[in-house]
Design a binder for this molecule. Structure first.
Ligand code: HEC
Ligand code: HEC
Ligand code: HEC
Ligand code: HEC
Ligand code: HEC
Length: 229
């Protein structure tokens, strides 16, 4: 059959319509599955990790900044879990080593076995992912933390958790509620990882947030295409 039987623009149109049909179908299907996705809407989800790593010790008692381990959180969409080399800075399996500046905290500990195995074999520690949005939702850490939204608004008091659990629902309503009225959740940028921060006497979170919203022109949008691209 002659492929020029119809004007070319019709071919193009049919191809585009097909794309929409497939894309749209897949999208709706994914959304349907998303609505029943337990992992997204599961506050309290607290899987057992291959290493009994404690944020309460490291971020709480030792006061390590979140960004020491979650180095990308201000720069990229993903916060990422740290590579084994980050742990080895302090938990070297071979003992103190002045030359490489590694130190050995609990070098023979059974609790660190999976970390040391990972270091020896070059395979990452198989950390279990806790927070997970469906693939059809676009989320970006950098867009939030660089505008003064603290980790605590979305993850709770991680610095007091012996074992991390999902603190919030991560539902669409939860996202949009804050996008419509973010003032209580905006703080000076240098305080985003200070999870126990309280405003000074006489000021409220809302007043501080409202001033920063004006100053930095912060206006989260809530139209569908912001989160479903
Ligand atoms: C010493 C390194 C280290 C520091 C410091 C640290 N974390 Fe983590 N974080 C980890 C590791 C390792 C995991 C994966 C194991 C786990 O879930 O406990 C993790 C997991 C998480 C998760 C869950 C990720 C998922 O799978 O959904 C969140 C949220 C998190 N950290 C937030 C924070 C916050 C907020 C701070 C600062 C208060 C912080 N972390 C400080 C190493 C660290
Ligand atoms: C800046 C140094 C430092 C880094 C980096 C660090 N830790 Fe630690 N970690 C410590 C210290 C100090 C302790 C001991 C706290 C105590 O005993 O009170 C500890 C304790 C632990 C323990 C308990 C060990 C036991 O036998 O009681 C585990 C497990 C652990 N860390 C895992 C990790 C993992 C996993 C990472 C990397 C994601 C990591 N640590 C990164 C300093 C560090
Ligand atoms: C506006 C809410 C929000 C803020 C603020 C936020 N997070 Fe998250 N975080 C999420 C969501 C939602 C996910 C799941 C992302 C996904 O599935 O794509 C997540 C996932 C993570 C993960 C798992 C790895 C990843 O990137 O998916 C880590 C680690 C984490 N966050 C750490 C942090 C730290 C540290 C901070 C503060 C510096 C922070 N988050 C601030 C909402 C937030
Ligand atoms: C606690 C408040 C808060 C929550 C919860 C929150 N956001 Fe946001 N969001 C913001 C703020 C503030 C901005 C920055 C707006 C600006 O820059 O003007 C933003 C911006 C964004 C952007 C725009 C980034 C860009 O590149 O333009 C996206 C996408 C986004 N949020 C998605 C989400 C999703 C998805 C969720 C839920 C999983 C969520 N947000 C939950 C406060 C929040
Ligand atoms: C600020 C981010 C954000 C905006 C804006 C947003 N969504 Fe969502 N949406 C989400 C998140 C997060 C989920 C996943 C929650 C879940 O697993 O139920 C979701 C899930 C969905 C779902 C499937 C789950 C369900 O509840 O049925 C549909 C359909 C949907 N969104 C449509 C829309 C439409 C239409 C708009 C515009 C009116 C919109 N969304 C705007 C974040 C957003």
């Amino acid at each position: 059959m002659n492929r020029f039987l119809f004007p070319r623009w019709i071919n193009k149109f049919v191809a585009l319509a097909g794309l929409f049909a497939i894309g749209g179908g897949g999208y709706a299907g994914a959304m349907f599955m998303g609505a029943t996705d337990d992992l997204t809407l599961n506050p309290g989800y607290q899987p057992t990790q291959p290493v009994p790593f404690s944020h309460k010790i490291h971020a709480g008692e030792l006061k390590m900044d979140c960004r020491y381990c979650h180095v990308n959180v201000e720069k990229s969409a993903h916060a990422s879990v740290p590579p084994t080399a980050t742990c080895i800075n302090c938990h070297s399996p071979i003992g103190e080593d002045g030359a490489t500046k590694l130190s050995a905290v609990h070098p023979g500990s059974e609790k660190l076995r999976a970390v040391h195995e990972s270091w020896d074999t070059d395979q990452s520690v198989p950390w279990v992912r806790i927070h997970r949005l469906p693939d059809y939702v676009y989320f970006n850490h950098s867009a939030h933390v660089t505008r003064g939204v603290s980790c605590v608004s979305c993850h709770g008091r991680i610095d007091t958790m012996e074992k991390v659990y999902q603190a919030k629902e991560l539902s669409m309503a939860w996202c949009i509620e804050c996008h419509n009225d973010p003032a209580e959740h905006i703080r000076p940028r240098e305080l985003i990882t200070k999870l126990d921060w309280e405003p000074e006497d006489g000021q409220t979170r809302r007043e501080i947030g409202e001033a920063l919203i004006k100053e930095n022109n912060i206006h989260p949008r809530a139209n569908c295409a912001v989160c479903h691209r």
